[in-house]
Design a protein around this ligand. Structure first.
Ligand SMILES: *Cc1c(COP(=O)(O)O)cnc(C)c1O
Length: 385
């Protein structure tokens, strides 16, 4: 289906880029594993396909679906979220250019910008992206890109995307939103003025913890041409099997996010004020400083909760290692609940830097199991501290 502009989110997710196979009528598109495509004469391509690094039908189908759900015009899918970010940065920045990066960005994004692209000549400063004063102070003449996650990982900070887009544009920079935590079901940054959306599709979009992938979505044709060129010329593309799994996951994103959000709301309310719990960071709680903004900017509050414990690192580690349904593991966004101790796991790469995560914090990726079972599991773990 090519024109999806009048359709709702779930209809887009299920139909955009998903045509029955013209030859067999198969309702679910094939996984086209072929690396290359037959030509009828020299340079005479049968249906536009030539070589799999450049284009592949299974990847095209995912890219059309991603563009539709993120209200973009062009989407590019990659072998991982970080591969997507790397391609994007190298497509649009040059040595000497500067990034203003959120001071609680995903550790791997920070590592990429600091340790891979830094030596290559891209500079950066970090700031609390929710503070316009700090962002303005961090921006330089060379700033070309503002980079924000909202909700942020793992501090669950909410940033006003529309306001930040204006600020970025007033500095002659583009605004990039890493929309991994919210997912396109809960929030569409391009509608709020952002220029670029990136995703780790490994998380909510794939949704089943069985595939690694990433995406970049934009509206601007010129930006798209640059990103498409790097995708083709460097080649960190998603393979056909990975693209297929991601497409399958994305079709059910809406129903999953509704359940993630309602489970997380129940769990955050249950955690609030429990003995040993110092603070619950969840934008769905009225006490959260970003609650009103999140209500305006997001459809619901998502499945991620961070919890800080009064008993410090020891208490946090005990809880992290004591649950049975919540599996201790990196990553997030799958149907099964996961528990993470960021300072030693997902965010170990930023230990000792300005992005370090408090050691009394655990992060929950609340799955779509029955909330009452998840609460029983947390209850038993909290009794051990
Ligand atoms: C996981 C993650 C990434 C990196 O994605 P990979 O698929 O692991 O490469 C980037 N941003 C956020 C917010 C993430 O959670």
């Amino acid at each position: 289906m090519s024109d999806v502009s009048s359709l709702g989110f779930n209809t887009r997710a299920i139909h955009a880029g998903q045509e029955p196979d013209p030859v067999t009528g198969a309702v679910v598109g094939g996984i086209i594993q072929s690396s290359t495509f037959a030509q009828d004469g020299i340079g005479q391509l049968r249906s536009g396909y030539e070589y799999g690094r450049g284009t592949n039908p299974t990847r095209d189908s995912l890219q059309a679906q991603l563009a539709a759900v993120e209200h973009g015009k062009h989407a590019f899918s990659f072998s991982s979220g970080l591969a997507a970010e790397d391609a994007l940065i190298r497509a649009i920045l040059r040595p000497g250019d500067h990034i203003v990066l959120g001071n609680d960005a995903y550790g791997g994004s920070y590592r990429l910008i600091n340790r891979v692209l830094g030596p290559w000549g891209v500079t950066h400063s970090t700031a609390d992206m929710a503070s316009p004063e700090q962002v303005a102070a961090a921006a330089t003449e060379s700033s070309k890109l503002f980079w924000v996650e909202t909700p942020s990982n793992p501090m669950m900070k909410i940033t006003d995307i529309a306001a930040l887009a204006e600020l970025a544009h007033s500095h002659g920079a583009l605004l990039l939103v890493d929309n991994t935590f919210a997912s396109p079901y809960l929030q569409n940054p391009l509608d709020l003025g952002a220029d670029i959306v990136v995703h780790s599709t490994t998380k909510y979009i794939g949704g089943h913890s069985d595939v690694i992938g990433g995406a970049v979505v934009v509206r601007d044709d010129e930006l798209a041409e640059k990103i498409g060129f790097v995708q083709f010329a460097v080649g960190a593309v998603s393979g056909p099997m990975d693209a297929f799994l991601t497409t399958r996951g994305l079709k059910t994103l809406g129903v999953r996010m509704d359940r993630h959000s309602s489970n997380a709301t129940q769990i955050a309310q249950w955690l609030q004020g429990r003995p040993g719990v110092e603070q619950v960071l969840y934008p769905g709680l009225p006490e959260h400083p970003g609650h009103e903004l999140a209500k305006r900017q997001m459809k619901a509050f998502g499945g991620m909760i961070s919890v800080q414990f009064a008993g410090g690192a020891a208490a946090a580690r005990t809880v992290a290692e004591s649950t049975k349904l919540f599996t201790l593991a990196e990553s997030l966004g799958g149907i099964e609940s996961l528990m993470n101790y960021p300072s030693e796991m997902t965010h170990a790469s930023v230990k000792g830097t300005e992005l370090a995560v408090p050691e009394n914090l655990v992060r929950l990726s609340v799955g779509i199991e029955d909330a009452s079972d998840l609460i029983d599991d947390l209850d038993a773990a909290l009794k051990k501290i």
